[in-house]
Design a protein around this ligand. Structure first.
Ligand code: SF4
Length: 317
């Protein structure tokens, strides 16, 4: 299995580098340690602020976003820009980033941007200054904050995008690898964009052009940059079924109709249909279906586990 190169805010599981001198434990980051190559970074410590340290905030100065420390009246913007540039140059490949939510440096969204220096001045919402520079340097990087990753749908989307973009990075070395990439991800892409696989194959014909790599990566990123809706999933499962149905018995076909109807009424999970289709593909050894990443877009061990540590004991009467 491939290993994505994943940046992470260092205060999540790696170091006591927060403004209050603490580390934030995070189960998901801990679980990822065996499956990705982490690149931990604390930009605030990187620019020489110690830990613990006095708070900093984002403030509009001359209509520009600035990183400012009220207790010292120091404008840290240039230092942060210099640090970020150096860090991003040193780490030329990053497939994704997990960032600490609401931080003026690492936050992805909903970070306070104060209207001016001073107290009780009001604020807008923005992105952390380091995160903004990361995205500017790597426009197709897969980014989330640790708070949103508690949501199972967003976590599944993050992992699917992260591992697919990593598979893409490793396939860019030849046209044949890219063709395999398109074939093996065809059904996954169909869940996101019905025209996606066709658009990618069309673009592949311009493989030898100078900016091909950039355009192809941007298109894959664009296709995946949404949450698939249930209609698209329904259509994709129906398509996979159409490739199998001639081999199935009448009873099996009828059963699939029932499962499909239940799915359209949200009575069964996508994973239940997917497992059924995969088991039929295995039985008939249909390699073009078995090889599809839709059945395991990222390592199974990263699927949210039924927590072994929780107390599920029932009340004893
Ligand atoms: S949020 Fe970012 S800058 Fe703040 S402590 Fe964590 S890693 Fe450092």
């Amino acid at each position: 299995m491939i290993k994505p190169i994943l940046g992470v805010s260092k205060c999540l599981e790696f170091d006591n580098c927060r403004y209050d001198g603490k580390l934030i434990g995070n189960d998901f980051v801990r679980r990822l340690k065996d499956h990705v190559d982490f690149v931990p970074v604390c930009p605030e410590v990187g620019i020489g602020l110690g830990s613990p340290r006095q708070p900093i905030r984002l403030v509009k100065i001359n209509k520009e976003k600035n990183l400012y420390q009220p207790s010292t009246d120091e404008n840290l913007t240039q230092k942060m820009k210099d640090f970020s540039k150096k860090f991003l140059e040193e780490h030329g490949v990053l497939d994704g980033f997990i960032l600490k939510h609401s931080s003026p440096t690492c936050g992805v969204r909903n970070v306070k941007l104060y209207h001016k220096i001073g107290k009780a001045v009001g604020y807008d919402q923005t992105m952390g200054i380091f995160t903004e520079l990361v995205i500017k340097k790597f426009p197709t990087i897969v980014v989330e904050d640790e708070a949103r990753l508690r949501n199972p749908v967003l976590r599944d989307s993050f992992l699917t995008r992260l591992y697919t973009m990593t598979r893409l990075r490793e396939s860019l070395t030849s046209k044949d690898f890219l063709l395999d990439f398109c074939k093996n991800n065809e059904m996954l892409f169909l869940c996101y964009d019905h025209a996606g696989p066709k658009r990618l194959i069309e673009l592949l014909s311009s493989y030898s052009q100078k900016d091909f790599e950039q355009k192809f990566t941007a298109l894959v990123f664009e296709i995946l940059n949404k949450i698939p809706d249930s209609d698209s999933l329904y259509r994709t499962y129906a398509y996979i079924f159409s490739l199998l149905k001639d081999k199935l018995t009448v009873v099996e076909k009828d059963y699939f109709d029932v499962i499909q109807r239940d799915f359209s009424q949200s009575l069964v999970l996508p994973s239940q249909i997917s497992t059924l289709l995969y088991s039929w593909a295995l039985r008939f050894d249909i390699k073009s279906i078995i090889s599809q990443t839709i059945f395991e877009p990222y390592p199974k061990k990263l699927v949210q586990e039924y927590s072994k540590n929780r107390d599920y004991s029932l009340l004893k009467l």
